[in-house]
Ligand binder design. Structure first.
Ligand SMILES: NC(=O)c1ccc[n+]([C@@H]2O[C@H](COP(=O)([O-])OP(=O)(O)OC[C@H]3O[C@@H](n4cnc5c(N)ncnc54)[C@H](OP(=O)(O)O)[C@@H]3O)[C@@H](O)[C@H]2O)c1
Length: 366
């Protein structure tokens, strides 16, 4: 069960109708959320629209501010407005125009005075004749990189910046689940540690930038003791306009419906606690790695690891290294630290000094 309790600041600015319903609680299976205000940014279609729908349906006293570039053309939202006229607000916001983000914050401040949940759901991967995911470096264009950064990384962070005072007002004690939540829709391909295939330069790097910016913001919130946590979410491969052009190669059973994915993601948001600040979760609740693994192909010139700079990388990565061995198509993961060091020593890749350091790290649990 999750409680979002009012703060005195929120009480001052919140209309009386909301003062008594700021406590939010919902279980992971059935969402029950008594009151509270959520903002879904990028709500015109796809995953964002489904978030709006489920938040309204599963939280029968909750209010939702759904933002999108063109409210008149967002037919899915207009349909929901017919059904949830009192609790749904549709507000124009284009991530590439900061004044529209500021205007949305002003709307929420004047109407509610606080915000309990911000979901940044917008994102771009391909746009016909404008943006194509690059299969090779030679196809990288400055314009594609800049547009992807602007929409996938810069915009969501500006949204957090402008909603910050409202989220502070919407957070509680800052402990356990008594916090306001920011959930940024990222993608597994934005994880540097998980990048085994390369390609999609603009999308990958813009999501990696979003991840780093989110981490940065979460560190600042912790330092300032703001009752806000930020998490990153990978929704899986979901049947939306974004994934349509790339669904051919999705294995059977791995293409999720919006309903399924959002149900899982809401459960993660619902159960998020203060110690989850800055974590990157996949739809099934598994954490996605941030950092690069130590990855060595034994068919590659591994001598490179003997130079001091890369040894330093090894030292830093000793806490969570994984050695992937590729030999005659056999992939074997060696996670036992001692075995790893002995292996490197036997290949004369490590000096005795650095081996001692690695041993110390291993013994100290690092
Ligand atoms: N679908 C997947 O398989 C998948 C996988 C991994 C991660 N994700 C991530 O999940 C999120 C949602 O994806 P989706 O599948 O729902 O995509 P989608 O169906 O293509 O929807 C994208 C949303 O982003 C909005 N948007 C685009 N540019 C914008 C801008 N400048 N300002 C404000 N909003 C803007 C779109 O609004 P308009 O209608 O105005 O264009 C639309 O509402 C994205 O961040 C995506 O990267 C999706």
């Amino acid at each position: 069960m999750k409680l979002w309790l009012p703060t005195s600041h929120a009480f001052m600015a919140t209309p009386s109708a909301f003062r008594s319903v700021r406590r939010a609680c919902f279980a992971s299976s059935a969402l029950k959320w008594e009151g509270g205000v959520s903002m879904v940014q990028g709500a015109s279609r796809g995953i964002g629209l489904e978030f709006v729908k489920q938040l309204l349906e599963k939280n029968d006293k909750g209010h939702v501010v759904a933002t999108c570039r063109n409210p008149d053309r967002a037919t899915g939202l207009v349909d929901l407005k017919d059904k949830f006229a009192e609790r749904l607000n549709i507000v124009p916001l284009d991530l590439t125009i900061e004044s529209t983000i500021e205007a949305s914050a002003k709307f929420i401040r004047e109407k509610y005075g606080s915000l309990n949940l911000l979901i940044n759901a917008s994102g771009i991967l391909s746009i016909p004749n404008v943006l194509q995911p690059e299969t090779t470096l030679s196809k990288v264009e400055r314009s594609s990189l800049m547009l992807s950064y602007e929409v996938n990384a810069v915009g969501p962070i500006l949204a957090i910046k402008h909603m910050w005072p409202l989220l502070k007002a919407g957070g509680g004690s800052g402990t356990e689940s008594d916090v306001a939540v920011v959930a940024n829709l990222s993608a597994r391909v934005g994880s540097i540690g998980d990048n085994h295939l390369g390609g999609w330069h603009s999308y990958r790097s813009s999501k990696a930038a979003l991840n780093q910016l989110t981490k940065n913001v979460s560190v600042e919130f912790t330092r300032r003791r703001d009752p806000i946590i930020c998490i990153l979410l990978h929704p899986g491969t979901v049947d939306t306009d974004l994934s349509k052009p790339f669904q051919r190669n999705v294995p059977e059973g791995k293409l999720f419906t919006k309903e399924f994915s959002v149900q899982k993601l809401l459960s993660i948001i619902n159960n998020a606690k203060s110690h989850d600040n800055s974590k990157f979760f996949a739809w099934d609740g598994q954490e996605i790695p941030w950092t690069a693994h130590v990855s060595i192909s034994f068919d590659a010139p591994i001598r490179a690891f003997a130079n001091p700079t890369q040894e330093a990388v090894l030292h830093g990565a000793a806490a969570s290294f994984m050695l992937v061995r590729q030999k005659r198509k056999e992939r074997r993961k060696i996670t036992e630290k001692r075995e790893f060091m002995v292996l490197l020593l036997s290949k004369q890749l490590l000096s005795t000094n650095s081996c001692t350091l690695l041993m110390q790290l291993a013994v100290s649990g690092g």
